[in-house]
Design a protein around this ligand. Structure first.
Ligand SMILES: *Cc1c(COP(=O)(O)O)cnc(C)c1O
Length: 383
């Protein structure tokens, strides 16, 4: 089977993990700050917190911004449920903003009109979580302008796009947001097995993230509310859980990060090659905005009108091609229906979903594999 995504692990990656296994610290050792420093340098951002997953990152980013009962956060319906669950796990409500039908990202025009309405109803969002779908940045300048006007905070769900750029700067630099969240799941751009990280420019928010990564507990004397009892002393100042990354993961992540630009280059080559091979199917290809340079986590095609996506999908799977679909609109899952959403709430995300197929794209995909995928897709469409 040619999968839709796959990690790329070399001997250096393996050696880096083995060296940690032979060292004094398997967790909370020096590999964590070393990995965080590498991300900070790569993204051009002062503060980075490595975590057990992007899901953990989204959750504690919401907590750090004080999201709680009575508040509401908005995200895109075209995402993995974790983007929405982060708000629900804080006891807050969630709502969605429909997508731009060309980029499949949160539409800033739809955001503005929903904000206007929310202002009239007295229920503005505390946080908006744009998701950089498939690795292409959202229109962050437009979203940040609205944040200023309507007074909400921004958490970028950048699970798809470490290594991508927006207006010539790395995603993760937080030029247009309070936090940016990366995922290091094996299908994403770099991997730590499970893992994630949050970046921020704000030193106070950074301190809160560090606290929330580990139960809300601190050992830093400057943060104590009471007096230290001695060198063993720590205080719990907030409520959280264990969202820490291990040193094995951090060492793997740092080794992977050193090849990130190579991965991105190869992903861009593969995407450009798909574009060229689909030159006769212009409407099928993913649209790119000039301000964004995608990390190409996913290459999603839209099956032409009148052709069954399910038929095409099944034919591809029968040919041992691990096509996938990203994403089932979050609000249509049973859990979200039970809290009041209905089919039809976000028609553009729903229409996009009906025709979407994700093709294989990862650094190790060969040109030969890619030709096989393309010929099967074209024959499935034409048959
Ligand atoms: C993968 C993904 C997540 C969750 O990442 P984990 O590291 O697996 O927790 C969240 N949001 C989006 C958009 C994702 O693709």
């Amino acid at each position: 089977m040619i999968p839709y995504g796959r990690q790329d692990i070399n001997q250096e990656d393996i050696d880096s993990v083995v060296s940690i296994l032979k060292s004094d610290f398997l967790t909370q050792g020096p590999a964590i700050p070393a990995f965080e420093k590498s991300i900070s340098e790569y993204c051009g951002v002062p503060h980075v917190v490595a975590l057990s997953s992007a899901t953990a990152g989204l959750h504690i980013a919401c907590l750090a911004l004080g999201l709680g009962r009575g508040d509401i956060a908005w995200t895109s319906p075209n995402t993995f449920p974790a983007s929405a669950n982060a708000a629900l796990l804080c006891g807050a409500d969630v709502d969605f903003v429909d997508i731009d039908p060309q980029t499949y990202n949160m539409c800033p025009k739809a955001l503005r009109s929903k904000l206007d309405q929310a202002k009239k109803n007295g229920r503005l969002p505390k946080i908006v979580i744009p998701v950089h779908f498939a690795g292409q940045s959202c229109d962050m300048a437009a979203i940040a302008t609205l944040a200023h006007e309507y007074g909400f905070k921004i958490i970028e769900d950048a699970s798809h796009c470490i290594g991508a750029q927006y207006k010539g700067k790395k995603i993760g630099s937080c030029d247009y947001s309070d936090f940016c969240v990366f995922s290091f799941h094996p299908v994403k751009i770099i991997t730590t097995g499970e893992g994630g990280a949050v970046t921020t420019r704000n030193p106070d928010l950074y301190k809160r993230l560090v606290l929330l990564r580990s139960h809300g507990i601190t050992r830093e004397e400057s943060m104590f509310e009471g007096k230290s009892h001695g060198a063993w002393y720590y205080e719990q100042l907030g409520l959280s859980t264990n969202y820490r990354m291990t040193d094995m993961q951090a060492a793997l992540g740092r080794s992977q990060l050193s090849r990130l630009d190579q991965f991105i280059t190869r992903r861009r080559e593969i995407a450009a090659r798909y574009d060229a091979l689909f030159s006769d199917f212009d409407s099928m290809r993913p649209h790119q905005i000039p301000e964004a340079e995608s990390s190409w986590h996913l290459y999603v095609v839209q099956v032409p009108q009148g052709i069954s996506r399910k038929d095409v999908f099944d034919k591809m799977r029968q040919a041992d091609i691990g096509v996938n679909v990203h994403y089932i609109p979050v609000h249509t899952h049973p859990y979200f229906r039970n809290i009041g959403f209905i089919q039809g709430d976000f028609p553009l995300a729903e229409a996009y979903y009906e025709s979407a197929i994700t093709l294989p794209l990862y650094p190790g995909l060969t040109d030969q594999d890619q030709d096989y995928v393309v010929s099967h897709l074209i024959s499935a469409i034409n048959s």
